[in-house]
Ligand binder design. Structure first.
Ligand SMILES: Nc1ncnc2c1ncn2[C@@H]1O[C@H](COP(=O)(O)OP(=O)(O)OP(=O)(O)O)[C@@H](O)[C@H]1O
Length: 241
């Protein structure tokens, strides 16, 4: 399975007729990790929902590769802060579910689920229920389950927002590691500019008028300050809008 490019062209997104995002143009290249930052309420989650096929566009188009996005697909996984694991299934059996949905024969699921759990550092806890795991461990299971489904695009909405600083830093490094070996395009939403700089090949600042600025990582010295400045301007514009 190859990574999937994602495209938003002249996109307007709205809830109950009230526009949230207007005329947005954004191209995500196949295989890149694009991080989206922006003021609270500017429509970051809404954009992910459109790419996930959960929210139809009011105007413009969203595409995955050449195909218009008209609904959810197993090719595009959405990952939230809440781990959304099934509470009555062990970590291993949560991962096995993703394998079953991918059509992996029953006889191979157990070993493959254990390999994915091992990959996210969870060997030895495969038989525990979600409530017997810490928040960071549950996020690891969620990551294993997402990767096991082999999506071609992963849409991540502040997945580490609920974790303490130390666990969050560990998860960021782990994610950077596993993504390096995964053939998937990633759109990652965060409030944390340092997280954006660690994970993103490219970082865009979303503002009330669409993409306010875009940066390649390592593009120039002082990138962090530049992003913070753009973010500050976007927040002011959002407040004045
Ligand atoms: N289901 C909904 N129904 C109505 N309005 C909504 C709904 N979801 C979001 N909104 C509104 O749309 C706007 C954008 O919300 P969204 O969650 O996309 O912003 P965000 O940039 O992800 O914000 P944050 O950074 O705070 O998570 C907000 O004004 C929000 O109140």
């Amino acid at each position: 399975m190859s990574a999937l490019s994602l495209h938003a062209s002249g996109v307007t997104l709205a809830y109950g007729g009230t526009p949230v995002v207007t005329g947005l143009d954004l191209q995500v290249r196949a295989g890149e990790v694009l991080v989206v930052v922006g003021p609270s309420g500017c429509g970051k989650s809404t954009l992910l929902r459109a790419f996930a096929g959960l929210l139809p566009v009011e105007a413009g188009s969203v595409r995955a590769g050449d195909t218009p996005i008209t609904g959810p697909s197993r090719d595009r996984a959405l990952v939230f802060q809440d781990d959304a694991l099934l509470p009555w299934r062990s970590a291993r059996r949560n991962v096995e579910l993703a394998l079953a949905m991918r059509g992996v024969p029953r006889a191979r699921r157990r070993a493959e689920a254990l390999r994915w759990l091992d990959r996210v550092g969870l060997d030895g806890t495969a038989d525990r229920l979600p409530r017997e795991l810490s928040g960071g461990m549950r996020q690891r299971v969620q990551l294993a389950r997402t990767l096991a489904a082999q999506p071609r695009a992963i849409l991540m909405d502040e997945p580490f927002g609920a974790l303490d600083a130390q666990t969050r830093a560990t998860m960021q490094r782990l994610l950077a590691d596993v993504l390096a070996g995964a053939p998937a395009t990633v759109v990652f939403v965060t409030h944390d500019v340092d997280e954006a700089l660690l994970l993103g090949d490219r970082i865009v600042v979303l503002g009330p008028a669409g993409v306010a600025a875009g940066f390649r990582r390592d593009e120039r010295p002082g990138l962090r300050d530049l992003i913070l400045a753009e973010l500050g301007v976007a927040v002011l514009k959002e407040e004045m809008a």
